[in-house]
Design a protein around this ligand. Structure first.
Ligand code: BGC
Length: 372
């Protein structure tokens, strides 16, 4: 049943791809952002196309992933093209088509959902283009490799972080709200499995009380604010917020601020964005999870470059696709929890600069937190 529906979606998507491709070179890419990368090198050993998902669900895609991938490709002197689908699934498919038409022999994607991701991967494969799932695994997909972090561990760190901050505050039977990532992002499922693994025993033992628990479509930060506002209205005694990334966390913090509850109710996050780190410095956010995107980009570039040369690179492990049961050759990196005292580690690692972090009132906080 499920397979049938998927098959149909893929077929329909492939059909619409064909139609869009006939529409001309510019069709659907007006929302996409072109990188100057295509001109960076002679088209040898093969062109690598990268499609990023959007620029709003997290600052990381444009500020970190694009930058580090670009640096890696330039250093290797390979031809590449990095574009951003800006949350538009049709544009995503059109970009993939155009990249292949323009000679991409390797396609790296961060899917917007598994259905459209699978359509893109399958079509690429049928044309002899090698594929890599970057950061998000496409369920039921056909990518040759998957590069990401241990995403269940990311969730575990978030759950443990919330527990630590609630313990520091000596919270008594706190009511917990969960603001989950996009229901169409396999990572969001893994994050939730991780943090629920920590929180559920606390709910079961009566230490914590389970409050509202909702997913945020497309990780949309604005919707997250609306959803959290409703959560807080229905349950004004929320005492801890498990927010799946810094953007969702910031949306919750904005709502808490209106009730003068910021700083009293710990909020989690992920991505170590400048905003998330500043919220930690201000005391409004309890923790974030730092993922060294440079390592993720470097590992991906290494695989992509080998594939472009026609090699069969080795992965360090494998991940089981929960839908197809396929073992996907994978590289999974280790995430790191960040609290007030370890904000400095993110700066020391070069992920954010002191200049962008320690602006205005944050300068004094940076000093207090030992940011160098
Ligand atoms: C990524 C996170 C990101 C989120 C929203 C997830 O798939 O792993 O780092 O915050 O998507 O873009």
């Amino acid at each position: 049943m499920r397979k049938g529906i998927l098959g149909l979606t893929a077929a329909a998507a492939a059909l619409s791809l064909g139609l869009t491709a006939c529409g001309g070179d510019n069709g659907g890419t007006s929302t996409a952002q072109d990188s100057a990368g295509a001109s960076s090198a002679a088209a040898k050993p093969g062109k690598i196309g990268v499609i990023l998902p959007d620029s709003k669900s997290s600052a990381r895609w444009e500020t970190a992933d694009r930058k580090y991938l670009e640096e890696a490709f330039k250093a290797a002197n390979v031809a590449y093209d990095i574009q951003n689908a800006q949350g538009d699934k049709t544009a995503f498919q059109t970009i993939a088509d155009q990249m292949i038409t323009n000679g991409a022999t390797v396609l790296v994607i961060v899917n917007l959902d598994s259905g459209t991701g699978k359509a893109v991967l399958d079509k690429a494969k049928s044309q002899g283009v090698a594929t890599i799932d970057y950061d998000r695994l496409t369920l039921g997909g056909s990518a040759s490799y998957y590069v990401s972090f241990d995403n269940t561990k990311v969730g575990t760190l978030q759950g443990e972080g919330l527990v630590k901050c609630l313990t520091d505050k000596k919270a008594d039977k706190p009511i917990i709200a969960e603001l989950n990532g996009s229901p169409t992002d396999n990572n969001a499922t893994l994050f939730k499995a991780g943090y629920d693994g920590v929180l559920k025993p606390k709910y079961d033992s009566g230490d914590y009380k389970k409050g509202p628990d909702q997913s945020v479509p497309e990780w949309d930060n604005t919707q997250a604010g609306t959803i959290f506002e409703q959560m807080l209205t229905s349950e004004p005694k929320i005492a801890g917020v498990l927010a799946a990334n810094d953007g969702l966390g910031n949306a919750a913090i904005a709502v808490l601020k209106k009730q003068k509850l910021n700083g009293k109710v710990p909020v989690t996050g992920q991505d170590a964005t400048v905003q998330g780190l500043q919220n930690i410095l201000a005391g409004d956010q309890c923790m974030t999870v730092y993922k060294a995107i440079k390592k993720e980009a470097d590992a991906t570039a290494e695989l992509a470059i080998a594939l472009a040369k026609g090699e069969k690179p080795a992965a360090t492990g494998s991940v089981k696709d929960s839908e197809s049961g396929r073992d996907v050759p994978s590289v999974l990196l280790d995430p790191q929890p960040i609290y007030f005292d370890s904000v400095k580690d993110v700066v020391a690692d070069g992920y954010v600069t002191k200049d962008e972090l320690c602006t205005g009132d944050f300068a004094a906080k940076c000093t207090e937190a030992g940011v160098q």
